[in-house]
Ligand binder design. Structure first.
Ligand code: SF4
Ligand code: SF4
Length: 671
């Protein structure tokens, strides 16, 4: 019979006493670290994430426990699943071992019942599975060396510690089985270890058991204490981060109450404590897996913004300032006074983002970037007046004429002068849809062609529409994403007032940016409308047989998903359905398409900024589309059209063309 591992004494102190000391120090240090990290969260700005609890619970089940996004990379998903569930099952065993060590003779209730035996069996199997998962992780990290992953010694340390935890439990159980102290019937893997120990004498088995047990428990406490100081903090925080995830439309930016402003108000994010507690929790949770940067357009084109590195830099700053922020024990947290830009974050990082959300879709842990970067832009624009000088002209245009080109508002409806489209002011409410044309659709030559095409299609289907004409202003999507919240709110309020004045209920627009803003950001300003994108409405009409596409076009096209129609608003099918419905059109797919489509470079107000660093995003995207086998592209966004047709010209593809889906539908209709 082996003695319990805590039996005996060292330095005159009994093993049990040593274990009490280890447990008190180990648990105490973890509690202290976690409480400091928790207090740090309380120093962040408020953010109500305690609403819609049922929905939150469901989201957590799917994304944290179901590991849904992890399987975007099947190998990583596989080994992470093994480790995650192995950990959950084995943690009961670990708690049991701690209690056994503290209270000699204590035993897990029901251990000898079928429930206990089932538990022992699953625990043993999961320990093996965790070891298998770790082998795959070692292969990925050490041999395959996936470029997106950030290499660090900490990752190896944690892999090593988890392996030790699993192996030492199996060896301690194996020694007891070999000594005849434990029934190995329900411990198949420990039984294998026992087989390896067969023939060893009781003293050696006692040594194996004792050393394994102590190494296991010491490693456990070291492991638990290392987590809050490394990227492995996600072991504690990821389930919470998933529970508190953003459940609103991902295209809706957090609003600012511009009416409640006083001298203490900080616009956007200037210092580390201007982040909300949830944004700080994001920082705690990042595992540095690098999925977010894999196809981030700025990373791919060698600009300074790599989402994971940005998050890491602000997280490091948060940790660096922890003591200063928390002050003495009991303080609720002091606001930081250390500006983040440029000391911690280079302004080029802030301005590079196209708000395409590739990073957010890719992140398995619900970490967001666009909110953080836009709020940092807000601070630079509204408080410091530090922004790229090219933005100034666009801001002036939006402010004075309601469009970025500074063209006269009276010319806004010139494109429709011969189309007999009523103005809402003259329609007397007799229209089914308000056609929100948007600035490119009103002033840009190709945009005007697409606007005319939509009108023709809707008229052919007998849909009654009206436009706002000179009363329409830009939705404010770009100023908002460039950080000019004042300008955005001014435009939004005026548009809402105008549209509500005409009793607008349903809106159709060809611009995904306008679509996103009207649908998700205007409700906060009193504008509640049913908003559809042009391709959605036309696809519905084609399906209903109200629009017939008969003309053959003989085109071979790669379809590019606009970020704000696809990834942000989930519409991938309507444009493809329409292209496939046109006789003679062949549709090709780039490798990155639908939710993984890469940005054209225009989003986030980048349309109005110069691209001075690295390769051009529009050309990089064009190369991806071209790799599908054609140089002609189709889009469903005026900004994507502009960027990709520019790329075709810049690269000397004179014979290549870009088309908007709606203009092709109109051509087929005419044919
Ligand atoms: S939103 Fe797009 S550009 Fe911005 S960090 Fe994410 S992936 Fe990169
Ligand atoms: S933000 Fe998400 S995707 Fe990016 S490195 Fe961190 S955990 Fe991975």
């Amino acid at each position: 019979m082996l003695q319990h591992a805590t039996a005996g004494s060292f330095l005159g102190i009994s093993g049990v006493a040593w274990f009490w000391i280890l447990t008190i120090v180990g648990v105490g240090a973890v509690v202290l670290s976690l409480s400091r990290r928790f207090q740090l969260l309380r120093a962040g700005r408020p953010d109500n994430r305690f609403d819609r609890l049922g929905e939150r619970f469901k989201h957590m089940l799917v994304y944290a426990f179901g590991q849904k996004k992890m399987f975007d990379d099947p190998v990583a998903g596989f080994y992470h699943l093994l480790i995650f569930y192995g950990f959950l099952v084995v943690s009961l065993r670990t708690v049991t071992m701690v209690i056994e060590g503290l209270f000699a003779g204590w035993e897990l209730p029901l251990l000898h019942s079928p429930i206990g035996q089932a538990y022992l069996f699953s625990k043993d199997i999961f320990e093996l599975l965790v070891l298998v998962g770790l082998c795959v992780a070692v292969w990925r990290r050490g041999i395959q060396k996936k470029e997106r992953v950030i290499q660090s010694w900490g990752a190896w340390l944690v892999i090593g510690m988890i392996a030790i935890l699993m192996a030492t439990d199996l060896s301690s159980e194996g020694a007891r089985i070999a000594a005849g102290d434990l029934d190995g019937t329900f411990l198949p893997i420990s039984n294998l270890a026992a087989g390896a120990f067969a023939g060893l004498g009781p003293a050696i088995l006692q040594l194996i058991y004792g050393v394994s047990w102590w190494i296991h428990l010491v490693t456990l406490f070291v492991f638990a204490n290392e987590l809050p100081y490394s990227k492995h903090f996600h072991v504690y925080t990821s389930v919470f981060n998933s529970f508190f995830a953003n459940l609103d439309s991902p295209g809706k930016l957090p609003s600012m109450d511009l009416e409640e402003i006083d001298e203490d108000t900080t616009f956007g994010i200037s210092t580390i404590t201007d982040f909300t507690w949830k944004q700080m929790l994001d920082m705690y949770t990042c595992t540095e897996c690098g999925r977010c940067r894999e196809f981030c357009p700025t990373t791919l084109t060698h600009k300074p913004l790599q989402p994971v590195l940005f998050l890491k830099s602000v997280r490091d700053q948060l940790y660096n300032e922890q003591s200063a922020i928390l002050g003495s024990p009991g303080d609720s947290g002091n606001a930081s006074e250390n500006g983040l830009v440029p000391a911690v974050v280079d302004p080029e990082v802030i301005w590079a983002c196209t708000t395409c959300r590739w990073c957010e879709r890719a992140c398995p842990l619900d970490i967001t970037y666009v909110d953080k970067l836009v709020e940092m832009r807000r601070n630079l624009v509204l408080e410091k007046a530090e922004f790229p000088e090219e933005a100034q002209a666009a801001f002036r245009g939006y402010e004075v004429n309601g469009n970025p080109w500074q063209l006269p508002a009276e010319e806004r409806a010139n494109w429709a002068s011969d189309l007999d489209v009523p103005l809402a002011s003259a329609a007397g409410g007799d229209f089914e849809y308000l056609f929100f044309v948007g600035s490119p659709g009103s002033y840009d030559d190709h945009g005007k062609t697409v606007s005319r095409a939509l009108v023709k299609i809707l008229k052919a289907a007998g849909i009654r529409i009206a436009i706002l004409g000179p009363e329409e202003l830009s939705t404010g999507d770009a100023p908002r994403r460039l950080g000019n919240e004042y300008l955005f709110q001014m435009l939004a309020q005026q548009n809402v007032e105008t549209m509500n004045g005409y009793g607008v209920k349903r809106i159709v627009t060809n611009c995904p940016h306008a679509y996103n803003t009207l649908a998700h950001e205007y409700p906060e300003f009193g504008g509640d409308y049913e908003v559809v994108h042009g391709t959605q409405l036309v696809a519905e009409l084609v399906r209903a047989g109200k629009v017939k596409l008969t003309g053959s076009l003989s085109l071979d096209l790669a379809y590019h998903d606009p970020c704000y129609l696809g990834r942000t608003n989930g519409e991938y099918d309507a444009p493809r359905f329409l292209l496939n419905a046109i006789p003679g059109v062949r549709v090709r797919e780039a490798e990155l398409h639908r939710e993984t489509s890469m940005c054209c470079g225009a989003g986030g107000g980048r349309m109005w900024l110069e691209e001075k660093i690295g390769e051009r995003i529009n050309q990089t995207r064009f190369f991806q589309l071209e790799a599908s086998g054609t140089t002609d592209v189709a889009v469903a966004c005026p900004y994507c059209f502009s960027m990709l047709s520019d790329a075709q010209n810049e690269l000397g593809h004179e014979d290549a063309s870009a088309y908007d889906v709606i203009e092709l539908v109109a051509r087929s209709l005419e044919g």
